[in-house]
Ligand binder design. Sequence first.
Ligand code: SAH
Length: 220
Amino acid sequence: MNVRVGSSVSGKSRRSGELLAQKLYAEGIRDQRVLQAIAQSPRHIFVPEILAHKAYDNTALPIGQGQTISQPYIVAKMSELLLADGVPDSILEIGTGSGYQTSILTQLVAKVFSVERIKALQWQAKRRLQSIDLNNVSMKHGDGWQGWSSKSPFQAIIVTAAPTEVPKALLEQLADGGRLVIPVGVDTQILKVITRHGDEYKEQQVEMVKFVPLVPGALI
Ligand code: SAH
């Protein structure tokens, strides 16, 4: 496994990260690569300073602009699902948000492509990742419903906001044999894993989840 988090991560946050990883193990996360990435990631730098004392709780937290940093359990669960068939070369992430999920992914695969519709969040996430030496990520200010066609196909795609239906562009940009991990629905959302086999797509339903909506169109 690649360990790239820089020396800026303090001993205190390292211990908090390890405790969080233990909690996630107790909740059923078993992939050691994912647990190790959680253990060594400084989640406190991805939340507003005033909430830093809650950064290692297993909860979602507000990050401004009406958005949330995902609950660590769901970050770990989705990462585990992405790696279930082997480690993809690269991952497309839709919904950069705080950059925390991105920081976990950059430790698991060689290259991450991440799309965010709110420019201010994208810039903040970029600065945070650079501050801990996680540089194997390319970011785009764009509409995740459209994916990132010039970089496609992707062996793995993760969506961290919920569309009303699976975006067609993401199905098209998935490589043959690739997997898409995505929450779908409005009030009731289901986390799905969709795998591509040629022109056929197989769907597995994982569990009920709660994400902010994948907003169509207009960038801000
Ligand atoms: N994985 C993130 C979760 C952020 S919440 C984290 O751990 O912090 C979901 C994010 O999806 C928000 O930042 C929101 O702005 C973004 N989003 C919503 N609709 C989008 C769209 N159409 N395209 C790209 N990003 C979108």
